[in-house]
Design a protein around this ligand. Structure first.
Ligand SMILES: CSC[C@H]1O[C@H](OP(=O)(O)O)[C@H](O)[C@@H]1O
Length: 349
């Protein structure tokens, strides 16, 4: 299946159902799950059928559409009272990406103004959230690429492309724009243990787009940086707090420390649905820990010594002082501080 970034969609609404690429099966198997309930949607987010902060938010928005359909079918007059358990299931699916909670708030804010069947209004709202995310990605792609020198290499972490968003991507959107405009000549992607979003998803997206990508294990990042090949490290985010601290895939903090040590610039790319101005610093972010088996096993095979335990936080927090610029659809925040974040976000809240 050859799909390019402008058509690749992790999340689609088709035939009155939510359709998700099962990202657990990529890159060798391209399977679609069709979902018709909010509970199944919450399970799909938890199981990482779909993952990536913006994609999780968009999926949750469609989950609310499915929840409203079911509640209205049960009781056209009391559907708002019945929908709560499904909203709660969606809210409990994964804790770190604030996009999920942002999307649920956006959708629930519409409830009081709905008369009659909620589905048409809520479906239009969910589709608008996805379209706005795609538009934001194209804008951020251009804004982020404007920071890049000509003809250099960049390093990225995890997957921040069409598979992690409404389409096109955040950090991968900058990389797509940077490659198309000649700013980027080569992309280094680390494999991103334990779930291998880099090796399985980012490499797949870039190969599909014929963008040269070299995979490395996380442990090789310092040696690569020391060779002087990398001009920028470009990553996504799952939650950005009011002072500019960034929660992102585990290993991001290590890359930020290494980048600063090697005099390499560090860019975070995320839409405003990833910004949480209610949290003062990254210390307050809930970091998801997943099953230890994700570390101890790979493709169903045990790779660790029997009896070994594992610690599996799937995000870490990069302090704002290690970030050179945060790219959002509301503008760039260079050397982020609380004051600079408030100038961009509180003004727009
Ligand atoms: C476009 S942001 C994607 C963001 O989400 C990823 O986490 P996960 O794959 O566990 O959902 C990772 O933190 C990416 O940077």
């Amino acid at each position: 299946m050859t799909q390019h970034h402008d058509t690749l969609r992790a999340v689609t609404w088709q035939d009155n159902k939510l359709q998700l690429i099962d990202q657990r099966k990529l890159p060798h198997h391209h399977e679609i799950l069709s979902l018709e309930t909010a509970q199944a949607t919450a399970q799909a987010i938890h199981d990482m059928v779909v993952r990536g902060a913006p994609a999780i938010g968009i999926t949750a928005a469609y989950g609310v559409v499915l929840a409203a359909r079911e509640a209205y079918r049960q009781s056209p007059t009391d559907w708002m009272a019945l929908i709560g358990k499904d909203i709660e299931a969606l809210a409990n699916s994964r804790p770190t990406a604030v996009n999920l909670f942002w999307a649920l708030r956006q959708m629930q804010a519409l409830f009081p103004q709905i008369n009659g069947d909620p589905e048409p209004v809520l479906l239009a709202a969910a589709q608008q959230i996805q379209q706005a995310d795609i538009a934001a990605n194209y804008f951020m792609g251009e804004l982020g690429a404007s920071y890049l020198p000509q003809g250099k290499s960049v390093l990225t972490h995890c997957n921040t492309g069409s598979l992690a968003t409404g389409g096109y991507g955040t950090a991968l959107g900058v990389i797509r724009n940077g490659y198309a405009t000649g700013k980027i000549k080569h992309v280094y992607a680390d494999e991103t243990r334990p779930w291998l979003q880099g090796a399985r998803l980012t490499a797949w997206e870039l190969v599909q787009d014929q963008i040269p990508v070299t995979l490395l294990v996380e442990g090789a990042a310092a040696a690569l940086m020391r060779q002087g090949q990398v001009a920028w490290v470009i990553v996504g985010a799952d939650r950005i707090t009011a002072n500019g601290d960034v929660a992102n895939k585990i290993g991001t903090y290590s890359l930020a420390v290494l980048a600063r040590y090697h005099g390499i610039k560090f860019m975070v790319v995320a839409p405003s649905s990833t910004v949480d101005m209610q949290l003062a610093t990254g210390q307050q972010i809930v970091i998801e820990e997943r099953l230890k088996e994700e570390v101890l096993r790979l493709n169903g095979q045990t790779i660790a010594a029997t009896g070994a335990l594992a610690w599996n936080p799937v995000f870490d927090v990069t302090p704002a002082e290690l970030i050179d610029v945060i790219i959002t659809e509301k503008g760039a925040i260079e050397n982020p501080t609380t004051e600079k974040m408030q100038a961009v976000f509180n003004a727009s809240l």
